[in-house]
Design a protein around this ligand. Sequence first.
Ligand code: GLA
Length: 723
Amino acid sequence: MIRYYERQKTFWLRGKSYDYVMYVNGAGFLQNLHYGGRIDENDLGELIRRGDLLCPPQNVNGELALDAMPGEYGFFGRGDFREPTAVIERHDGASMSRFRYVSHEIRNGAPRLKGLPHARSADATLAVTLRDDFSPSEITLYYVVFDGSDALVRYAELKNAGSEPVRLKRAFSFCNELPSGDYKMLRLFGAWATECRVETTQIGRGVTRLQSLRGVSSYGLNPFAAIMRDGCTETQGECYGAQLVYSGNWAITAEKSFSGSVRVQGGVNDFGFSWELGAGETFVAPQAVLCYSGEGLGQLSREYADFIRERIMRPEFACSHRPLVANNWEATFFDFNAEKLLPIIDGAAELGADTFVLDDGWFGERNFDNAGLGDWVVNTEKLEGGLKTLIERCKKRGLKFGLWFEPEMVNEDSELFRAHPEWVIAKAGVEPVRGRNQLVLDLTRPEVVDYIFNSVSKILSENDIAYVKWDFNRDLTEFYSASIPANRQGEFAHRFILGSYNLMERLTSAFPEVFFEGCAGGGRRFDAGVLYYFPQIWTSDNTDGFERTRIQWGTSLCYPVSAMSCHVAACPNHQTGRTTPLNTRCVVASLGATGCELDCSKLTDGEKAEIKSHIKNYKQIEELVLRGDLYRLSNPFETNMFCEMLVSKDKTKAYVAGEVFLGGPFGGYANVLRLRGLSERKTYKIEELGIIASGRTLAVLGVPVPQLGDFGAWAWHITESEE
Ligand code: GLA
């Protein structure tokens, strides 16, 4: 709901459980009055009275009075000494700004952002246009509102309405002011094979900044922050989320002022950034999804999960059956031929998988990671008869066929590089940094995007391919393109990601029936931007039955479990060397889009039976993975046990899956798990335990932790009971 109160010049935005109120104050600035839990509309007068105290209109012209105003967009060089939201440098070098309200518009639905991922649908959008006092610059702030949701999408459009060019030195997407209080900031940090670790720290005075300077959203920090009010936990208290629908260099900052208020901002990283806006041109900053929860982090995560499934993912795939993949990577790495793959296909079919995916190594001279990238032509020496032989075998076994690509990359030892050495990101005379022996293609050049589109399209149209795994195995380093003028190199990083989005958009539109899965050496590019094109992402190269509980837990903070690709792998684990029971690996892999990452042709009968039954069980709970609500019951970072629970929206079904670690809790009634998310009034049956009890009792008394030994895991299926 969006309402405008003409007389008070006040905008009232309302979602499922939040209110967001702002007004045009006496001085003409757009000032925040409230963002948080539901308040009473009759108290508008009181809100305005408080707002007027923070920014007395008589003091703002020529006085240092803006430092305490909770602005909807921070100014620069006019007495607000916190970090600004935009810095716009004019041709004379001046960049002070002070934006005042000009007009607004309330429209139905969601705006479509050309070239940028965005919320696909919404109930209403408010666009407020502000104009600078000192230059012909305009900013339009967008607020996209969803009834029945606590997500609020924000972004900004900056326009040069003058006749001289201007240079944007910062152009964040949003500015959000939280009232004085003690807040903590939760972030998801990591590295290869240890994605989405959770760290929470107090927000102190000064600026706390999360960011990526790797050219991708990155393992280092995920483009998300949760700002938690004092006392907020998994199950209670207030918190706010800020998530960027963006996959390039990004920043989210939280600046705590003298008074204790916190200004949260974010968008495209301004470090090394600049963007020239010619006369009449506009710059659209990527969308940010703010979210409010008055019931702890768990509720925040469920709101994000719903938002991403319902508004970001491609609707035809979001909640439909996902390919149940058997992938050959950990089975063969680069060392395969048709003879080796055919039995793996047979084995995959026997297990009940429905898609076989041929990973890296099928093209060009790709026999190791130092050659072939960029040459998307089947290596028929390795695969006699091309892909056809494999696809035919898949069809015969009732499987679909999937294929791996790494479209944005190139090896120097490749036909592509030999033909077009100028197409890589590099600066003449500066030795480029290599990552996994590869360079990155310069996607700021349209001819490069065209080449990739054509060569990948050729393979996809000549073969019956139902699934694509789209990888991206290194960070960007040189941030330079010879095709961009010297004074505009600051545009490179953002232009690169626009090139990637363009490629993703073109390929997914040209092959609408193909299911694309994102990957970037695991979760290097796990973000809402990628999820707009690819509904699922390979969560991590780490397939260890213990490590995965942490990676998946962290990732679930702001992404639905259906966005996570979770495969059962062999032991000892390739990444950690750890051996965990096969059942444990299956249980952990059931909490996401499941699949197999092992040699399906070399399993013992016992292993086969176990994986078969995992796949069969998974099919029964897939609906919960795709559409259910996640309740995190036992935190693997803080306790020696991991447990999560999925509950259907109508609360008639649930699934609980957990694992005890080394030295975990003993079984028996001494340690119980309190189930959450069930209806208090309904009676449920836990199939595996034969327990029949009400949702209320299961929440209050809990269920005993099973006695399983180190790295043992369990899964319980819960249904509403008629008994
Ligand atoms: C990355 C991916 C793996 C696999 C390899 C292939 O590391 O994360 O799953 O596809 O590349 O080279």
